[in-house]
Design a protein around this ligand. Sequence first.
Ligand SMILES: NC(=O)c1ccc[n+]([C@@H]2O[C@H](COP(=O)([O-])OP(=O)(O)OC[C@H]3O[C@@H](n4cnc5c(N)ncnc54)[C@H](O)[C@@H]3O)[C@@H](O)[C@H]2O)c1
Length: 353
Amino acid sequence: MSEKIRLAIVGVGNCASALIQGLNYYAQGGDTIGLMHRELGGYDVTDIQPVVAFDINARKVGQDLAEAIFAPPNNAYRVPDIDLPATGMKVSMGPVADGAPPHLARQMDIAAQEPVDVVTALQDAGAQVMLNMLPTGSAKAARLYAQAALEAGVAYINGMPELIVCDEAFARTAEERNLPLIGDDVKSQLGGTILHRALVETMLDRGIHIKKTYQLNYAGNTDFDNLVHRGESKEKTKRGAVEALIPYETDVSAAFAHVPNMGDRKTARFYFELANFSNAPIIVDAKLEVEDSANFAGIAVDAIRCCRVALDRGIGGVLTSASAYFCKHPAEQISDEEAVKMLEEFIQGTRER
Ligand SMILES: NC(=O)c1ccc[n+]([C@@H]2O[C@H](COP(=O)([O-])OP(=O)(O)OC[C@H]3O[C@@H](n4cnc5c(N)ncnc54)[C@H](O)[C@@H]3O)[C@@H](O)[C@H]2O)c1
């Protein structure tokens, strides 16, 4: 039996809910539905073990993690027919910083407890990998936790669109301390970014000229409530992930709307104005509907295991292939076709990072 991977969770929102439910789903059955790798680098998906979790919501702090994931305003897809035993681990009060702006504070009360010292909490829990799932735009809080990870000697994955792993000074320190990094902003399993990029790559391969394209995303979860108020960084990582593939100037937009009665079900629309042979016009208008948070967790389980594999191998700093394949804004943008090959080489151990 392989060792456990000791995970620190930052933000017990919908993505954390999908992750915890999914880990229980796979622990209670042997299937591989919805996984890129049941086993990765010697670790089964069920070897991921949350050992500490931070939040600031009064309904979550102090609760067992298995209960906190269902506290409002969380509304992620509920996996049917699984048991969710208590983890025995209570959610810790984190430093609030800019994690509760007025538009989010109206959805929750901030817990009254004193914030814990994050570095000490990470060390006491023996955490090995931190997964950041804070609300988009909470730049100060995100930096605070990222810094604490480095101080506590913990590998770091940035799931949100704050440019932390792409910050050269941060990456250098992590490399000096032999701590692996993956970031920035998770590219969901089959989400708006990967589908938009796949459509663009097919069009470019076939000589189709892209005149204009947009991606419109809407859902009813807290993430989208937040994105309509402070989604600038997400707009940049989404738009940048598409622009990076197109070798000429094109008009690209990414936008968000909050539709409360859609819950965690996200819709993404992809619109293209194109030209094929002899500049003849084409319109492509495609649509994706997906459980948003499960889409994040499907990537997180591989990113967490890649960090642990790098720790085992003594490799610190940015994991180039994992960042390119798993994130919207890696330090180095690489086509998904190339990045997945590089990632498999990294997992096999024939590529350093
Ligand atoms: N498919 C996806 O859902 C997806 C994909 C890529 C990236 N992301 C990003 O992942 C992040 C998390 O998404 P989500 O849907 O889980 O969001 P969410 O709003 O449901 O969860 C965020 C959690 O962070 C907590 N929080 C706020 N400030 C905090 C602080 N200072 N310390 C500790 N906890 C704090 C909130 O109380 C909440 O529980 C977002 O930035 C989102 O853009 C999501």
